[in-house]
Design a protein around this ligand. Structure first.
Ligand SMILES: [Zn+2]
Length: 373
């Protein structure tokens, strides 16, 4: 089971966790052999300190998972998904077909994920839909970075501190890296951001910051002109604001492209997720015959994939595991026919193009699935 969210994973079933955001490991138990990258395991162990037992098996990118018990017909491996440190997409394949489970995928210009998003061709794609609606397109990374730096510079000019509320795992590290690369301002981090950022450092991402409770951190806060980063969704830590110099606040979230946040002085759509256009480009590159959408705006993305890419797409939760299995078998059977036709040197392309164009005009998505029932 991969990233199971709503289904409790039965004891001792092989489990796969694509990355360390909590909605992707919610159903984990301590007994199932659970495959993840070493970075994901380290981040998970930090986030779940109370969990004393875990049965993780670390896996490198492109290494074949050793399932227990062994399933020689099915191969499973990780490729980078460019989202946060250690994040992976999962390839599940046999001789006939390949399924790609995207996990969360990163957009262009990420500074801290280490390995950029990789797309491979697959017959079936299960793709995330966090920003799966056409209005959720962000400005370019360069534009967002410029806006953040310009706004911060204006605040700093007044000898104030700048406080960002950002995703503690992903956006916070992107912000630290941005300020490290392009300014000489001191970055001060909330304890939760500090701990996760130290794991990034351990895995080779160069980040410079001071914990807000360290002596240097406290002094920087007192002097002003600091960049403070705290986890989004938490109340602003009072001593960041009241005990020292004045502070201006900004929220960092992809949803800032769509919503206004009145409790903050500014908002910026910096995100560890691909935006809508990047998701569509990714799906086009994978070039699947069938797409299931998962996490977020599943219905809107499925509609957009069918409309813009002419690929059958449906939210994963709308299909039962049995129907998915049948669809997968159907695709494998078609590939077998194709192989046989090739072997017997039947002019495949002419026949295929005729059939495909006729079918695409006449068959709706509903019909497509009815055929499986
Ligand atoms: Zn994520």
């Amino acid at each position: 089971m991969i990233d199971s969210k709503n289904v409790k994973i039965p004891l001792k079933v092989n489990a796969i966790v694509t990355h360390a955001h909590s909605d992707h490991f919610a159903a984990m138990n301590s007994y199932s052999p659970t495959f993840a990258t070493q970075a994901t395991i380290d981040l998970f162990n930090n986030l779940k300190k109370t969990k004393t037992r875990s049965n993780f098996i670390p896996v490198e990118f492109n290494e074949q998972l050793k399932l227990q018990p062994d399933t020689p017909d099915v191969k499973i491996s990780f490729i980078p998904s460019g989202h946060i440190l250690g994040s992976a997409s999962v390839i599940v394949e046999n001789d006939n077909s390949r399924l790609l489970f995207s996990g969360d995928v990163g957009g262009k210009g990420q500074l801290t994920s280490l390995a950029p998003l990789k797309a491979v061709q697959a017959d079936i794609l299960v793709v995330e839909a966090t920003f799966g609606s056409p209005e959720l397109v962000f400005p370019s990374r360069e534009e967002i970075s410029m806006d953040i730096l310009k706004w911060s510079a204006n605040v700093i000019k007044e000898n104030k501190n700048v406080l960002f509320s950002a995703g503690r795992l992903g956006s916070s590290q992107e912000l630290i890296k941005l300020f490290n690369n392009l300014t000489n301002l001191n970055v001060v981090t909330h304890g939760e951001v500090t701990q996760l950022s130290e794991i990034y450092q351990k895995h080779g991402v160069k980040l410079a910051f001071h914990d807000s409770k360290s002596e240097e951190g406290k002094e920087i806060l007192r002097n002003g002109e600091a960049i403070i980063i705290q986890p989004r969704g938490k109340k602003i830590v009072p001593y960041f604001i009241t005990e020292h110099v004045e502070c201006k606040t900004a929220i960092v979230t992809g949803m800032a492209t769509r919503f206004q946040y009145r409790n903050y002085d500014a908002s910026f759509p910096l995100s560890s997720h691909a935006n809508f256009n990047e998701l569509i480009d990714y799906i086009r590159e994978v070039s699947p015959e069938l797409v299931f959408t998962i996490y977020g705006l599943e219905k809107k993305l499925a509609e957009a994939i069918s409309r813009e890419l002419d690929i059958p797409a449906i939210p994963l939760k709308d299909k039962t595991p049995n129907a998915i299995q049948k669809t997968s078998e159907k695709i494998a059977a078609e590939q077998n026919i194709r192989k046989n036709l090739e072997r017997e040197k039947i002019p495949l392309k002419k026949i295929e193009s005729k059939v495909v164009s006729k079918e695409k005009k006449e068959i709706t998505l509903d019909d497509f699935f009815k055929q499986d029932d």
